[in-house]
Ligand binder design. Structure first.
Ligand code: SAM
Ligand code: SF4
Length: 331
């Protein structure tokens, strides 16, 4: 099995995001509805199935895996899964995205399992706004989780903040100050139309350029040159001129970076999605359970990737929102 995940546009895919659950203990307004029906347990990939599929993706050239969800840390046993993933030959980089609350209890186990890079979502430092955003009153516990991760030695710790007009505008610089003070790398993500309650509107996201402008006015920034593999980073990165610390913006709406995309996604129920905004997906779990051999699964993957869409159509008149919201895709 020596083929690469190459699409019609010449993009080679090396970056796999695996969702381990669609369940979450938060209800962020940009992601999930308050009432949510979750996938039945039997529909979820078992850890053995995740490892089996990951092995096939790695054989096809995937060298980076990010574990996500839903909230990955609500599923018991994630550290054990990470430990097994670290043993896959060819896999160079494993990371995890979490809302942070599970880190209080699990940071050390994750670190001991071999995880070193972690992204924690934190959109605000204001308790009331945090509750409005996540529909949960737990800001202090997320901050505690961040501290626990820092104490274990995770490096880098990235903070993901979804930038929503009307919520984030007056906190952009405060979040940058917080990240600088604690040695976290901050990433602002433009709010994308992947929410469940149809909150998104063209006036609801804050363009990355505006965010960088606001930070630069207080803390001068220098753009980081992104060559080679860094070209397919989702974030445009900037270095603070007085430190090694960085801040970035993921400008998926205002400046799409689809032409350099190298990512594919596996949903918790084992569907391959070639784009966050895909309208079709390829079931890998059913054939796996039916006993299809690895070469057969690999062929399904290669065919799906070959047909990957040129880019998302958020800014096009014929944009159609996918049926799955973000928590069911795996961000
Ligand atoms: N529960 C974990 C968390 O919140 O970090 C992992 C899953 S979450 C779906 C992954 C990332 O997607 C988070 O950083 C979250 O802020 C981001 N996200 C969710 N909905 C989004 C949206 N509509 N637009 C942009 N980013 C979104
Ligand atoms: Fe849960 Fe993450 Fe979605 Fe928030 S963004 S509801 S924490 S999956």
């Amino acid at each position: 099995m020596k083929q690469q995940m190459l699409d019609r546009f010449g993009r080679i895919h090396t970056n796999l995001r695996i969702s381990v659950t669609d369940v979450c203990n938060f209800r962020c307004i940009y992601c999930m509805p308050e009432d949510m029906t979750f996938m039945p347990d039997a529909a979820l990939m078992t850890f053995d199935e995740i490892l089996h599929l990951a092995r096939i993706f790695v054989a096809l050239g995937a060298n980076k895996v990010r574990i996500t969800g839903g909230e990955p840390l609500v599923r018991p046993g994630v550290p054990a899964l990470i430990r097994q993933l670290t043993q896959l030959e060819g896999l160079k980089d494993i990371s995890l995205t979490t809302n942070g609350i599970g880190l209080i209890k699990q940071a050390q186990a994750l670190y001991d399992a071999g995880l070193r890079r972690i992204n924690v979502s934190l959109d605000t430092l204001n308790e009331e706004k945090f509750e409005q955003m996540t529909r949960r009153k737990v800001l202090s516990r997320v901050l505690e989780g961040l501290k626990a991760a820092h104490k274990c030695g995770f490096n880098p710790i990235k903070i993901n903040a979804v930038a929503m007009r009307g919520f984030t505008d007056d906190e952009i610089v405060d979040l940058a100050t917080f990240a600088r003070q604690n040695d976290y790398q901050l990433r602002f993500i433009e709010f994308m139309p992947l929410d469940a309650d149809d909150v998104w509107g063209r006036n609801m996201y804050i363009p990355g350029k505006e965010i960088i402008g606001k930070i630069n006015a207080v803390y001068p920034l220098t753009p980081v040159t992104q060559n080679g593999e860094a070209k397919s980073d989702t974030a445009q990165r900037y270095r603070f001129s007085d430190s090694e610390n960085e801040v970035g913006v993921i400008s998926s709406v205002s400046e799409p970076f689809c032409e350099n995309c190298n990512r594919v996604r596996l949903t918790a129920d084992g569907k391959l999605r070639t784009c966050l905004f895909s309208l079709t997906e390829t079931d890998l779990l059913t054939p796996l359970r039916e006993g299809v051999a690895d070469d057969g699964i690999a062929e399904l993957i290669l065919n799906a990737v070959e047909q990957k869409e040129a880019g998302h159509k958020i800014n096009a008149a014929d944009f159609i929102k996918p049926e799955r919201n973000m928590s069911r895709i795996g961000g």
